[in-house]
Design a protein around this ligand. Structure first.
Ligand code: SF4
Length: 370
């Protein structure tokens, strides 16, 4: 009884399949399990995009595979390089919605920032992506293929880190993100170390707790934005559902592997959340949580009403947090000339010929916010 190859499933996309599903696919096709593993290696290790390339598969099998399966192959619509070495790729989904990924070289490291949705419905007030609303959830195959596309574009360079901090809220597309993580970290496929992956959330508490239970080695970053509920409600609307006390209590309950810390991201907005009192409150709030704070001076973006604080204000904020024992880093803003810095990804291009209307914030989510 076929499990994957049913009309209901449509054609399975091999770049989005887990190991178990490759074995099911082999069974559906009447093949021994090792053929499923062979197929997976062609897709993920050798980066094949057509079944004809799979020369160690029987000749008569290749057309059968081509008939019943597909292989996503993202080709960037545009590629931009910033003056300071950041590279940004713009892709489109099959219906034309834009999404972006960014390659960031930094003192011996090469980090890829991935998108998980086209747009985002979380509506964080300081984020250009949030102004789009949710256009489309990305499938695991498209998440994984952002990694493969970056590797194709920079074959000489070794990507050292992956961050799920591009367009979209990863925990609002939980199943596809989880599937992509299983594929990316599979030791015989892409073998990305889970310790070198960070998933960032604006604070979807139950999904965050579930995520850390299922992926304990993957690092968690939480966007805080303000040290009190009143301002956080304005800046990160999901706070109305999961206020700071609930969020931080959940963070305290997470069982972290040795030497791992939660990163709290704090976007500094001039005159809004960057006072010395705010730094003290933040230090108080985070007491007792094994964490570090990553300060992100706001990257100005057309249409967003905030300003970037002066460097002296950022340094004072960082110093006050350090003084109360917090580990603090200030994120360098790079790629601003190509709108590739944190919070600037907005797929600023025409909506694409087949683009459907955006999914408004008020629509029932495709996956619940929970
Ligand atoms: Fe969405 Fe993240 Fe932007 Fe918030 S900061 S709107 S969660 S992409």
């Amino acid at each position: 009884m076929p499990t994957l190859l049913t009309a209901k499933n449509g054609k399975p996309d091999l770049k989005g399949l887990t190991e178990r599903e490759f074995l099911e696919l082999a069974e559906d096709l009447g093949l021994p399990p090792y053929r499923g593993r062979q197929l997976a290696r062609w897709v993920f290790v050798r980066g094949s995009r057509s079944f004809d390339e799979m020369t160690d598969l029987p000749k008569d099998l290749r057309p059968r595979l081509a008939e019943s399966c597909t292989i996503t192959h993202l080709v960037p619509e545009t590629f931009q390089a910033s003056r300071d070495g950041i590279r940004k790729f713009l892709f489109r989904t099959s219906v034309g919605h834009p999404f972006e990924s960014v390659l960031i070289p930094d003192s011996g490291r090469l980090t890829l920032c991935l998108s998980v949705q086209a747009g985002c419905r979380m509506g964080c007030a300081f984020c250009a992506t949030g102004t789009l609303g949710l256009l489309e959830q990305l499938k695991a195959a498209s998440i994984v293929d952002q990694y493969l596309a970056a590797r194709r574009a920079a074959p000489e360079e070794r990507m050292t880190n992956l961050v799920f901090m591009g367009m979209g809220e990863p925990l609002d597309n939980y199943e596809e993100v989880a599937r992509a993580l299983r594929i990316l970290t599979h030791p015989a496929w892409l073998a990305v170390s889970p310790r070198r992956i960070t998933v960032s959330t604006c604070g979807l508490v139950p999904a965050m707790t579930r995520f850390k239970a299922e992926f304990p080695q993957v690092r968690l970053a939480v966007s805080l934005g303000a040290p009190d509920d009143e301002r956080r409600n304005q800046l990160i609307p999901v706070n109305k559902k999961y206020p700071l006390a609930v969020l931080l209590d959940a963070c305290r309950q997470i069982h972290l592997p040795p030497r791992q810390r939660i990163t709290f991201e704090y976007c500094l907005l001039s005159g809004v959340n960057d006072s010395p009192e705010d730094a003290s409150r933040l230090g108080e709030l985070l007491k007792g949580i094994r964490c570090k704070v990553n300060l992100i001076p706001f990257n100005e973006s057309p249409g967003l009403p905030y300003r970037r604080p002066e460097a002296a204000v950022v340094n004072r904020f960082a110093a006050l947090l350090s003084k109360v024992g917090m580990t603090v880093t200030v994120r360098e803003s790079r790629g601003r000339d190509i709108d590739a810095a944190c919070g600037q990804l907005a797929g600023k291009f025409s909506p694409g010929p087949n683009s459907t209307a955006r999914i408004p914030l008020t629509d029932p989510p495709r996956g619940r916010i929970d």
